[in-house]
Every structure is written in structure tokens, then in C-alpha cells.
Design a protein around this ligand. Structure first.
Ligand code: COA
Length: 149
């Protein structure tokens, strides 16, 4: 990820439909200053694996992996104009080839069919559900937890 990618990433991660779908976004998803602070922290953190997904030389999204409560998790976000082209699936395969720590976890709002499919296609299995406040929805919703062993 480079400085010149940030405008595009901010635009992609503030798309209203995508924010609603992802649901478990940050509290201040639409605040550009907060976004830049968050990106600076992520880029400086050696423990966070974070990549831009490039397709034909352009930023198609981002994918990352980090530790949360001693569990390794994955996360991704694709430009809405490029949904359904297999980009998240391909990027997740690249991540899983590069990061060999297992188990590795994924989480998605239980109604985020696209994200659940991306994870299940990669071999993740549903291991539980959680409920929590989802800033992208402004309400508490159910989240599905998946694990790849
Ligand atoms: C979820 C998301 C990452 C999927 O990215 P994508 O590049 O479109 O996914 P892919 O093209 O690799 O699709 C993988 C599978 O999911 C299916 N899928 C994708 N979006 C779907 C949707 N909205 N509803 C149902 N299935 C969907 C595809 O058909 C495909 O299945 P198939 O191979 O059996 O045909 C993308 O929609 C996105 O970035 N959403 C906003 C952010 C987000 O929700 N991130 C995940 C947070 S947990």
C-alpha cells in the first residue's frame, strides 16, 4: 500500500452499499481524517499484514490479516464496480498461500452472503455466531464466525 492508493481506498470503503454489506465497519467510517490515521497505524504495525489488491494496474480493493484476541483473522474489501469477478476469492488464495498460520478466522455479518461464500469456497467452516453493534447498520446484528484449520 502506498500513499497514492489512499484516495481510492477511502472511496471504495465509503461506498454506502458496501458499508451496509460489511456492517462491522469502524465507528467513523466516513471521516477522512480518521481513515488516514487508521491507515497510518496499520501501515506502521509490523503485526498487521495488509495489501492492496491490484487488477490490471489499478486498485481493486484491499485485503489484510491481523491478530485479534490471539486469533489470526482475515478481512477484505473490493471496489463495488468489480464485485462478482472472483477478485476476493483470488486475493484470499494469495493471502492463504503467504500466511501459513492456522487456524485462521473470518467473520461476516450473517446476511453478508458474498463474504460468507468467499470464505467457504476457500475451505473456512462455520464455527459459531456472535451478536454485536454494527456501525455500518447502526444496530446490533448477528455475525458468523468461520475457521480454516
Ligand atoms: C464480499 C465481497 C468481498 C465479495 O467480493 P467479490 O470479489 O465480489 O467476490 P467473488 O467474486 O470472489 O465471489 C465469490 C463468491 O461469492 C458469490 N457472491 C459474491 N457476492 C455475492 C452476493 N452479494 N450475494 C451472493 N453471493 C455473492 C459469488 O457468486 C462467488 O460465488 P461462486 O464462485 O459460487 O459463483 C465484496 O462484495 C465486498 O467487498 N463487499 C463489501 C465489503 C465486505 O463486505 N467485506 C467483507 C467483510 S466480512
Amino acid at each position: 500500500m502506498e500513499d497514492h492508493d489512499l484516495d481510492t481506498i477511502f472511496e471504495q470503503t465509503t461506498d454506502a452499499e458496501a458499508v451496509r454489506m460489511a456492517a462491522f465497519t469502524s465507528e467513523n467510517q466516513f471521516d477522512r481524517g480518521a481513515f488516514l490515521d487508521r491507515m497510518s497505524r496499520i501501515r506502521a504495525d509490523q503485526g498487521v499484514w495488509h495489501r492492496v489488491i491490484e487488477v490490471d494496474g489499478a486498485v481493486a480493493g484491499t485485503i489484510g490479516s491481523f491478530h485479534l484476541d490471539n486469533r489470526r483473522e482475515v478481512t477484505y474489501w473490493i471496489d463495488r464496480r468489480q464485485w462478482g469477478n472472483g477478485i476476493a476469492s483470488a486475493a484470499l488464495q494469495l493471502l492463504l498461500a503467504e500466511i501459513d498460520e492456522r487456524p485462521i478466522y473470518g467473520r461476516a455479518a450473517s446476511d453478508n452472503a458474498g463474504s460468507l461464500r468467499v470464505l467457504e469456497k476457500a475451505g473456512f467452516r462455520r464455527v459459531g455466531v456472535d451478536r454485536g453493534y454494527a456501525p455500518g447498520r447502526g444496530e446490533e446484528i448477528e455475525e458468523t464466525i468461520l475457521r480454516l484449520d
